[in-house]
Ligand binder design. Structure first.
Ligand SMILES: NC(=O)c1ccc[n+]([C@@H]2O[C@H](COP(=O)([O-])OP(=O)(O)OC[C@H]3O[C@@H](n4cnc5c(N)ncnc54)[C@H](O)[C@@H]3O)[C@@H](O)[C@H]2O)c1
Length: 377
């Protein structure tokens, strides 16, 4: 799929409205203000006082605020929208923006479930607007270095991530059924796809809540994925594991034919391999500022960015497949998750144009891996 390009220059940075001024919204606001590529022309939040307070805290009290992000974008002449609302609002806010002719850079997860994510991919096709998901770990230069090392290890047998932390969040995370899988593991799952350049085939997952857990749902999870090509990816972790906590990025091991790469999540990855393996060049993109740069550059060039909606959906599909396996006690196929999400997307779609696009998809997996409907520009 090609998408509409949007011209911006160093003299005329991309004008954006920020939707959602909570804790992550504030981080995005500071990032946009600090960037040379974009400028903030409005801040929207369901609670206007929250939007006003965020703009003031960022040193920009004069920035217009509103409760409807798309209406605010129209009023302020914005060229794009950054969606940092809660996951349930990702679908309605992003759909409205795309239909209004605004490209969108959205926080993870792409939507609250895979069926809504498929609806967003179809809305991007219908409108020809770019929708990119910012999966912030992808823009970690150390992960990019680990990926380059992985590419030099020959065939890869296994990849593991350990994520053990002891976090007292309060609020919704302590009430979720699967706080680790749904709120956190998506970062690691997405990073595993990025590292391996491979897609998930199936997963077996068990979740568990330790006796001392302060979470209502299962704070521990262990998932074994089979990736295409046969590599196994194992994620294991806990939100209530006091002592010797891992990095927020997790601790990684990549085991390949020619050696092993290790990353503790905070420092440069290290390689223990046979033969002469070159050191990768550092990635110029880092954190959410890196995601913003990639988004602006993609809009200038028309080149499909990493994190474009079609490409991102599989990371959420890994989460849903793991949750499904935890419930069924069986190995679950990611293809089955996609098919049932597609059936729900068709059943629930309210926009006639988006429904037509969905109905025209020959195969969900092919459309996702091909970046859009085959044969369409
Ligand atoms: N990449 C990361 O490391 C990372 C870290 C934290 C959060 N996140 C993601 O960022 C997003 C926001 O998380 P948060 O922690 O800032 O949540 P939050 O609850 O602190 O803030 C969300 C804000 O969105 C507002 N909102 C809800 N619906 C809206 C709508 N329709 N229009 C405008 N505003 C609306 C709410 O009023 C709230 O102020 C989530 O998707 C979350 O998963 C990512």
């Amino acid at each position: 799929m090609t998408f509409r390009t949007v011209r911006s220059t160093a003299d005329e940075p991309l004008r954006v409205v920020l939707a959602g001024a909570g804790s992550m919204g504030r981080a995005w606001l500071a990032t946009v203000i600090a960037s040379a590529e974009a400028e903030v022309v409005g801040v929207a939040d369901l609670d206007p006082a929250v939007a006003r307070a965020a703009a003031a805290a960022a040193g920009r009290p004069e920035v217009p605020v509103g409760t409807d992000a798309v209406a605010l974008a129209r009023r302020t002449g914005a060229q794009a929208l950054i969606n940092v609302t809660v996951p349930e609002a990702h679908h309605p806010v992003t759909t409205a923006a795309l239909l209004a002719g605004l490209p969108v850079l959205g926080e993870k997860p792409v939507a609250e479930d895979v069926s809504r994510a498929l609806s967003l991919a179809a809305a991007a096709e219908l409108t020809g607007e770019l929708f990119m998901v910012s999966q912030s770990r992808r823009w970690n230069p150390q992960l990019s270095a680990l990926r380059a090392m992985t590419g030099q290890l020959g065939a890869i047998g296994g990849v593991t991530t350990e994520f053990f932390r002891s976090e007292r969040f309060g609020g919704f995370r302590e009430q979720m059924r699967h706080p680790l899988l749904v709120d956190m593991a998506i970062h690691a799952f997405d990073a595993a796809r990025f590292l391996l350049g491979a897609e998930p085939v199936s997963v077996y997952c068990q979740t568990y809540n330790p006796s001392w857990s302060w979470y209502a749902g299962d704070a521990n999870a262990t998932a074994v994925f089979e990736m295409d090509g046969g590599t196994r990816y194992v994620f294991t972790g806990s939100w209530c594991s006091p002592g010797a906590v891992t990095s927020w990025n997790g601790a990684w091991r990549v085991s390949g034919e020619r050696g092993t790469a290790l990353w503790n999540g905070d420092d440069e990855p290290v390689l223990d391999a046979q033969g002469d393996i070159g050191r990768p060049d550092p990635s110029p993109y880092s954190g959410i500022a890196g995601a913003l740069r990639v988004f602006v550059e993609a809009l200038r060039t028309g080149d499909r960015p990493s994190g474009e909606v079609h490409e991102n959906v599989m990371s959420l599909a890994m989460v849903e497949a793991a949750v499904r396996s935890a419930a069924s006690g069986r190995t679950e196929l990611v293809g089955d998750v996609l098919e049932s999400a597609y059936a729900r997307a068709l059943r629930d779609e309210e926009h006639a144009g988006v429904r037509r696009v969905l109905e025209g998809w020959p195969s969900v997996r092919d459309v996702l891996s091909g970046g859009g409907t085959p044969g369409l520009p």
